[in-house]
Design a protein around this ligand. Sequence first.
Ligand SMILES: [Zn+2]
Length: 460
Amino acid sequence: MRKFFAALSLSITGIALPVSAQTDFQADSIFIRKIYDTALGEGKSYEWLRHLTQQVGPRLSGSEGAAKAVVYTKSVMEEEHFDHVFLQNVMVPHWVRGAKEKAQVINGKQKTDVPIAALGGSIATPKGGVKGKVIEVKSFQELRDLGTEKVKGKIVFFNRPMDPTKINTFEAYAGAVEQRAAGASEAAKLGAIGSITRSMTTRLDDFPHTGSMRYASGAPMIPAAAISTNGAELLTKTLKANPETEFYFEQNCETLPDAPSHNVIGELKGKTAPGKYIAVGGHLDSWDFAQGAHDDGSGCVQSIEAVRILKALGYQPNNTLRAVMFMNEENGMKGGVTYADSAKSRKETHIAAIESDHGGFSPRGFGIVGTPEQKAKIQQWTKLFAAYGVHELGPGGGGADIGPLAQQGTVLLGLMPDTQRYFDYHHAANDKFETVSKRELELGAAAMASMLYLIDKYGL
Ligand SMILES: [Zn+2]
């Protein structure tokens, strides 16, 4: 009989599964239904997000807000009686914006104010600001072709938009973001005195979108800012009408000495393999003028919620499950690096790590970084997720904070929600609590809890 049953199989999404897996499929689908019931019926993540965004507020690394966020998320996991809640020391870059920036498009006697934001890591302008004629380019090659003669003493305006025809908005972002990250040094190599980059969004509005930039070694350091998309449209139009148009901007940012901060970690201890770990996380820091609701308050509260749900359902994990609030993703990645270094030195084997850092939108799938066998194993669970609108297991990556764990062979998963509106808010002052849907946030937490459960139960 035993042999007979073992030979029987049924086909789920084209993959032949033994009968024993059928039983598990039923048990798993019942348990996952309970996960979703808990997330949607008695979820806690939305109120945690309200507090994190509205009471704690902006939390750039090294700031008072970041310190408050550490205390708050630690207290949440303690109140939920996680088995062990602790802080991990991390030294972080400490960049401050200072007084609000000013910028104007100057067309003869006509001066028009436009919204800009200094890029994270940029230097200030000299007191009184910088003013100069403008060179508009769409690519680094176009800039290089112009050469020192045309660029020297000018302000370079990088105006290549994110490609609106890309369906995956992260692809559009990836296709444009070099202008923000490296534009200043490209311009400075040719003698430019300032760098202005069109905001990384496909929407036309008045919010400048900041983000990190880095100076190349050997290039002079010049001030760098993002301009709102409406501001960029005005500047390009004015330049077409009058190539002698000037741009003026003043910013007061500064890099202070590195500051002490923390990753925040809460655990449910594993019963059979407590020395093996599955981490689920988001990053606790945000940009300084944003509540960081989508980026990445959502990922933080979803991670805590995923672990809480399993605990609330009385699930006793095989491996130790960790919710991790990583510090400093935005401008240094020190939290993710410190976490992986610590895991290595403490010999904490991480089977998998799941990150949510693509916004608190309706979940559609998980990106997976692992071997083909590991991917195939996860893809066998596709049918368990199908009822919840989560269809894509595979395409896309893991996440910036969990990336350093790849060194120890950890399988990396990134929650991939619908990304269409993410860049409306990314790194901008409108990334607020009100823009997150309670339901969508909770669906993401449930998807993460389900994945955590399946990986814990079956291994990878
Ligand atoms: Zn983020």
